[in-house]
Design a protein around this ligand. Structure first.
Ligand code: MF3
Ligand code: CO
Ligand code: CO
Length: 273
């Protein structure tokens, strides 16, 4: 039989048994973030977080997708997870020299692989106590992701997701990062479709059952523009303003959406107001 080829630019579409594999790894990924939540406090290092993710991933017999990613690159990512503190937008590299301080915000982004399937999820944590305007940014970023995901159902457009995120985040006085987007995911880490976090209602590709992708808005307190540091990974805001992010991996069901990166017993509010 000829090998089934995924055409370039064709969205990741999973069969029901593959979605089962995504549920397993998604639940495990969510559990990793729960464990991370328990150790976040002033005085720990971002390396401590990486070590926890490393150990728990190994214990489960899973693999960390970020480590050595992308394959064959001159500058592969060197750690098991991304730790992005304050004005770091995404792809921060864990380091034993980076000590967390009271009032910091930190996004931890994990992507374990189990049986070839990737579960990609991230959360922004507040270290100790933060100013009200910082808490507001973090809460609004979660809400923008939630509203984006609430758009997902068969027949909806990819642009509906970005539209919902952009209208909410900008309405709250923040800006939405444009250079990085959600992505199709399954046995590959990053594939089509691209899920922009800004957009217009009724534009872009139409969603169909089985399509599986991430929604992962990065929301800045100041300017949306970013730059990459000389380590080839760390993405920072150009104006040093704070940036927060939340991410879930989701799949389009016959009548709506399923969030694959929820921990046992977690709930998700799909209301649109
Ligand atoms: N987890 C990130 C995402 O949401 C990708 C990290 S790639 C890495 O897509 F190499 F930096 F780990
Ligand atoms: Co991620
Ligand atoms: Co992702």
């Amino acid at each position: 039989m000829p090998r089934k080829k995924r055409r370039r630019n064709e969205a990741v579409r999973l069969a029901p048994h593959e979605v089962d594999g995504m549920r397993t790894v998604g639940r495990f990924a969510a559990g990793l973030l729960k464990k991370v939540a328990k150790i976040i406090e002033p005085g720990i290092t971002t390396e401590d977080i990486d070590q926890l993710v490393h150990e728990e991933t190994e214990k489960r017999g899973a693999i960390s997708a970020p480590l050595g990613y992308p394959q064959g690159s001159a500058h592969p990512f060197p750690k098991h997870c991304c730790t992005s503190v304050n004005h770091v937008v995404c792809h921060g590299i864990p380091s034993p020299r980076h000590v967390l301080r009271d009032g910091d915000i930190i996004n931890v982004d994990v992507t374990p692989i189990i049986d070839g399937f990737h579960g990609d999820t991230s959360r922004t944590f507040i270290v100790g106590d933060a100013d009200p305007e910082v808490r507001r940014l973090v809460d609004d970023t979660y809400e923008s992701m939630r509203l984006g995901i609430a758009q997902v159902r068969p027949g909806a457009y990819v642009g509906d997701i970005g539209h919902a995120i952009q209208v909410f985040a900008e309405g709250r006085g923040h800006s939405v990062v444009r250079q990085f987007a959600g992505h199709g995911i399954g046995t590959i880490f990053h594939g089509p479709p691209t899920i922009s976090h800004v957009g217009k209602r009724g534009t872009g590709e139409r969603l169909e059952p089985g399509m599986t992708f991430t929604v992962e808005p990065m929301i800045n307190m100041g300017d949306w523009r970013c730059q990459i540091l000389s380590d080839h990974w760390t993405v920072v805001t150009i104006d040093q303003s704070l940036s927060a992010q939340f991410e879930h991996t989701v799949t389009v069901t016959d009548d709506g959406v399923e969030i694959l990166t929820l921990a046992e017993g977690d709930t998700f509010d799909l209301s649109t107001e």
